[in-house]
Ligand binder design. Structure first.
Ligand code: SAH
Length: 263
């Protein structure tokens, strides 16, 4: 289970935090680290010193330019956030996150990403809206922001507790494996397709977005669609696009005909 949990750091600016993250991960038995557009050289003497022997995790880290690339194959993406945002999103506690992991990771292709933001500005709204849920570590409301590596430590510890609890369960009591869930990449293709179709049928005006796509994202991500369910939705969109195209073709032919002078 721990092998299929990815820690994703976005735009990190202090190498010490990358080293501290590697140490926290290795202590808790996690190994999959992704660095998205770091704003510092990830491997410095400070990284090595803060990693205290866990720098192999930094050496083996995935590198990505965007969050999408780093989590494309993940079936559950959870963003760690120190504060609430304008459009409220499903919010879970670290303990609830841990409790969900065994079932989430029971399918052969499932993979979970825990996403952490920049030291100075956290995660952007666009990044947060690409997550199924947000996790907030309960802290003093007057001083809520943890050091990045400390935040990773808390969530990595919850992952380990959940894994240990699973080891203690008698064999055969594991949750039934789920149907394959839609991956982040499949969901992003769906959202792109949905937006194009909504524009084509005149329901969505990108010049006046009114958070429509963000609300549809939140609704869809909350439903946790399986791959097959998402394929049905995409089939509906494709059929809608065909109808729109033939409706547009129809009148054009008629007007073409009417413009044609009679012989
Ligand atoms: N100043 C930033 C916080 C940056 S801390 C802000 O106001 O958003 C760097 C990262 O650590 C955050 O993006 C978040 O991923 C994580 N983090 C820090 N404190 C946290 C908390 N209380 N709960 C969950 N994640 C937290």
């Amino acid at each position: 289970m721990l092998d299929r949990i990815r820690i994703v750091l976005i735009g990190t600016s202090h190498p010490g935090n990358i080293g501290g993250t590697a140490r926290a991960m290795h202590n808790m038995g996690l190994a999959d680290l992704a660095l998205v557009a770091p704003r510092c050289e990830p491997l410095t003497s400070e990284t090595i010193s803060r990693a205290s022997g866990a720098d192999t995790i930094v050496h083996g880290a995935r590198r990505a330019e965007t969050l999408e690339q780093a989590v494309a194959d993940c079936t559950l993406v959870v963003g760690a956030s120190a504060r609430s945002r304008t459009l409220p999103w499903p919010m879970i506690t670290p303990r609830t996150l841990g409790a969900r992991l065994p079932k989430e990771l029971s399918g052969a292709e499932s993979r979970v990403a825990l996403v952490f933001g920049r030291e100075d500005s956290g995660l952007s709204n666009a990044e947060l809206q690409r997550c199924h849920a947000h996790v907030h570590i309960p802290t003093n409301p007057d001083f809520s922001s943890l050091n990045l590596a400390a935040a990773v430590q808390v969530l990595a510890y919850e992952c380990r507790l959940a894994w240990l609890a699973q080891q203690e369960e008698p064999e055969g009591s594991e949750a039934e494996p789920n149907q394959p869930m839609a991956s982040h990449e499949e969901l992003e293709h769906y959202f792109g397709h949905l937006e194009r179709t909504l524009i084509a049928i005149g329901f969505h005006d990108p010049a006046l977005p009114r958070q429509l796509m963000a609300r549809l994202r939140r609704f869809t991500l909350r439903a946790r669609p399986e791959r097959m369910e998402l394929n049905i939705l995409r089939g509906i969109l494709t059929a809608t696009e065909k109808q729109v195209a033939s409706a547009q073709d129809g009148p054009r032919h008629e007007s073409d005909d009417s413009d044609t002078p009679s012989p």
